[in-house]
Design a protein around this ligand. Structure first.
Ligand code: GDP
Ligand code: GDP
Length: 433
């Protein structure tokens, strides 16, 4: 990863319009195809080859200005805590409002880069009007029009300048992140896991500001636990708002290899948990689902099965994910959780030799070839795993454009069956040969 950018500002200045313009079209298409509902306020963008994550903080507190007014301090503070750069958006059409001044006051104290973005500068007249925004005391501003795109290039040039470089992990240890909504038991889990100081091998200050990897040697495994300012300085905000859990999760997730998603069994795998799940999935991180507080659930023999089924319904089609039922309180299956996370880490970095891959996949394809299209015969000739940090497979064929999503899913399922990729998102590409 290289940077998290948060867009802040009062309602209706055009944050989501700007966000949608920035987010890669590709991503929208992928979502449309897989048909899953995901968080629409977090996405990936890039400029001049530099990738960054963009968060529309406004998307999480939709609706009235009153709500915003109550939450503005926290929202901005959290954005300041968790982001590498902040885009403060204001509206040239309406000019400066009291709420803009409130946000500006908070942002003037910030040491992170803040970009004042004057939106709705659709014409020359608005460009002239925009000078009033100097009065916010934030210095220079970037006039843009989110509707027609003007000015966004200059803004992005300046933005990517200040973003951190892509990180290269110093060592090859698995990096685990513990994520989930507030109160799921994350801190208890981490404490149970590492409780005794003697397991800490060393503290490595992350190259990313505010994130610390701590190296552990536990149960015979060595790994780094990604702990961010968010989790460490927990309880500063404990409200159960989606925005908080997402903001807190983003950096941790991006910084990790495998996410241990903690779920409060008594609350279930609800919308917020699903959003965090898809956040990890979209970032191609390994995932282990830990249904915690299992001690609190009335159990009969069917409950594990039923619970699993319910989770499968909402994470479909990506159901090849380990689900463990744990109790941090009783220290039940904590070891198993780490063991599973290690297995997922190994699966994520697994490289199948090309020869072996073809020996197994080509006969399967032979027996179940892709359906013909408009009388044309689609022939897959060979396949290979790409040299990427997570599994991506390219299948070479005469007419790649005719291979549709269901067949790609068929290939993915076969790969999962033949080689163990449990808990690991993968990509299947069709290439012309
Ligand atoms: P948010 O609440 O800050 O996310 O604002 P929205 O993105 O929902 O935009 C609020 C309104 O401003 C919508 O009607 C947009 O169409 C409009 N809007 C957004 N960007 C521009 C722009 O660059 N120019 C003009 N004229 N209108 C815009
Ligand atoms: P966080 O906000 O995700 O870090 O959650 P905490 O670790 O602060 O835990 C929230 C509450 O759940 C605390 O009161 C914990 O004692 C409780 N808790 C955590 N794990 C378990 C568990 O396995 N069983 C039960 N019954 N309670 C738990």
């Amino acid at each position: 990863m290289s940077g998290i950018v948060a867009i802040v500002g009062r309602p209706n200045v055009g944050k989501s319009t700007f966000f949608n313009r920035m987010i890669q079209r590709r991503e929208a298409i992928v979502d449309a195809i897989s048909g899953v509902t995901r968080d629409r306020h977090y996405g990936k963008s890039d400029w001049n080859g530099k990738k960054f994550s963009l968060i529309d903080t406004g998307g999480y507190v939709k609706g009235s200005e009153d709500v915003f007014e109550q939450q503005i301090d926290r929202q901005v503070e959290l954005a300041i805590d968790e982001a590498d750069a902040i885009l403060f958006m204001v509206d040239a059409e309406s000019g400066i409002t009291g709420m803009d001044e409130d946000v500006a006051r908070l942002l003037r104290k910030v040491e992170k880069p803040v970009f004042l973005v004057v939106n709705k500068v659709d014409n020359a007249k608005r460009l002239e009007d925009a000078v009033e925004f100097y009065n916010l005391g934030l210095g220079d501003y970037y006039p843009v029009s989110s509707i027609n795109g003007s000015g966004t290039g200059e803004l992005l040039d300046a933005l990517v300048e200040v973003l951190p470089e892509e990180e290269v992990p110093e060592e090859d240890l698995p990096r685990f992140a513990v994520v989930g909504r507030p109160n799921a038991g994350k801190s208890s889990f981490i404490n149970a896991l590492i409780g005794e100081e003697r397991y800490i091998v060393t503290d490595i200050a992350g190259t990313t500001r505010d994130s610390i990897d701590t190296r552990y040697n536990r149960f015979g495994f060595e790994f780094n636990l990604v702990d961010t300012a968010g989790i460490r300085r927990k309880a500063k905000v404990k409200e159960d708002l989606e925005f908080y859990s997402v903001m807190r999760s983003v950096r941790t997730i991006e910084h990790s290899d495998v996410c241990l998603l903690l779920v409060d069994a008594t609350r279930g795998f609800d919308g917020q948990v699903q959003n965090i799940f898809w956040l990890a999935h979209r970032n191609h991180k390994g995932i282990v689902i830990l249904v915690n507080k299992w001690d609190k659930v009335e159990k009969d023999t069917a409950s594990v099965k039923e619970y699993t089924k319910k989770i499968h319904e909402v994470i479909s089609p990506f159901v090849d994910v380990p689900i463990l039922f744990i109790s941090v309180l009783n220290k039940q299956r904590i070891f198993k959780a780490i063991e599973t996370a290690v297995a997922v880490y190994q699966a994520r970095s697994r490289k199948i030799p090309t020869r072996k891959l073809n020996d197994i996949m080509l006969p399967i394809i032979e027996r179940n070839p892709p359906p013909g299209y408009k009388g044309k015969y689609v022939k897959i000739k060979f396949c290979t795993q790409l040299p990427t940090p997570y599994p991506q497979f390219a299948f070479f064929c005469n007419l790649p454009q005719y291979v549709k999503e269901p067949y790609k899913r068929f290939l993915e399922n076969k790969l999962r069956k033949e080689f163990d990729f449990t808990g690991v998102p993968m990509d299947i590409f069709m290439r012309k040969k």
